[in-house]
Design a binder for this molecule. Structure first.
Ligand code: ZN
Length: 378
């Protein structure tokens, strides 16, 4: 009996501990499964969080890259190859030429130098133009060589002249619109002869000659400005989109041709033209946004009026404008129908030079003449 009881108790205990163990094992199993799930979940959650963060960072990097590339473009535009008086002349070649020319013209020039003012009789004037020019070039080029006697003489003449000139201290910015034309080469030759730099507001032309002219303009240190690609009012002033298209086309053509990016512009018809019934504000705003400065004019030679002008009238028109102001931005035209303008140049340059006016290309320091001021358009 006693043994039976003991056996029973033992069995009970055994089965009890058996259940306990199973329970414990189950609990451990559950704990292991939960642990395993947590162990698996944490990296997954981490991966998701990291993925999101990477995505956000990638977006920020993309944004930075795009900002940076815009900045690069703007910087490139600002620093490299603006078409302001682009390339300096090589002084050695120029002075050799000037010397040769001076020697050739020596006798002539001494006789003719003082006739420089009577520019209107241009047939007689031609040789004197030349000698005046070579004298002037020589006086510039020989500054490097103080030992030369002739140099001193011409330098003395050169420094004498401004003191007596009635345009002493005046700045004259000659500008030529609408080129290149059949006369661009001639205009450039004349400017070269007089060692004068000017500004060309050009339109878009893709023939070989015109491209050569764009190149010559920058190579010889003139300022290359833009005057619209098509110059067709109804096209460019139709909408800002059309204006932008035309602007971009010309800018690209000039950059592809010369490697220079013009930053100055002249509106066909000027900034207050009445062509566009909606006004010019949108176009001015567009240029302002692009950092392009537009120039109107305050002196004109009158070659745009269509009437027949003589050389003398064209010259007188300019001189009467230059008379009354210190900074003259002179509007002239470089186009197939403006032969008289080309012919008037030697006389005009002679007078301006001999009367002490400084003839300069437009650059970033020149205060623009604007009929509608750019800063009034917000
Ligand atoms: Zn024009």
């Amino acid at each position: 009996m006693h043994n039976d009881e003991m056996n029973n108790t033992l069995e009970e205990n055994n089965s009890k501990s058996c259940i306990d163990r199973r329970k414990r094992i189950n609990r451990i199993k559950t704990a292991l499964i939960i642990g395993f799930i947590i162990f698996m979940l944490i990296p997954i959650i981490f991966c998701i969080i990291l993925g999101l963060k990477i995505n956000r960072l990638q977006n920020q990097v993309d944004l930075l890259i795009s900002i940076h590339s815009q900045y690069d473009l703007a910087e490139e535009k600002a620093e490299s190859n603006l078409a302001y008086a682009a390339v300096k002349e090589e002084p050695t070649d120029a002075s050799t030429d000037a010397f040769e020319q001076e020697n050739d013209n020596d006798n002539e020039s001494e006789n003719d130098i003082d006739n420089g003012n009577e520019a209107s009789d241009s047939r007689d004037q031609e040789p004197s133009d030349q000698s005046e020019n070579s004298e002037q070039e020589a006086s510039e080029s020989t500054k490097d060589d103080p030992m030369d006697q002739e140099t001193k003489e011409s330098e003395a003449k050169g420094t004498d002249r401004p003191h007596t000139g009635k345009y002493e201290g005046k700045k004259v910015y000659l500008t030529f619109d609408d080129g290149p034309s059949i006369y661009t080469d001639d205009i450039l030759d004349i400017l070269k002869k007089y060692n004068v730099k000017a500004t060309f507001f050009v339109v878009g032309k893709t023939d070989d000659y015109s491209k050569k002219m764009y190149q010559r303009i920058v190579d010889e240190g003139h300022t290359l400005g833009m005057h619209s690609y098509s110059h067709v009012y109804s096209k460019i002033y139709n909408s800002v989109e059309d204006f932008e298209k035309d602007f971009t086309k010309l800018s690209k053509l000039l950059y592809d041709t010369t490697g220079y990016k013009p930053t100055i512009f002249r509106f066909p018809g000027g900034s207050d033209n009445l062509v566009n019934k909606h006004g010019m504000e949108d176009f001015i705003r567009y240029l302002n946004k692009k950092g392009i400065v537009y120039f109107d004019w305050n002196v004109l030679n009158g070659d745009a009026t269509g009437s027949e002008y003589t050389k003398k009238q064209l010259i007188d028109n300019v001189l009467s404008g230059v008379d009354t102001r210190n900074n003259s931005i002179v509007l002239m035209h470089d186009s197939q129908t403006k032969k008289a303008t080309v012919e008037s140049l030697p006389g005009l340059l002679t007078i301006l030079e001999s009367e002490g006016a400084q003839m300069l290309p437009i650059d970033q320091d020149v205060t623009p003449v604007q009929m509608i001021k750019a800063d009034t358009i917000k």
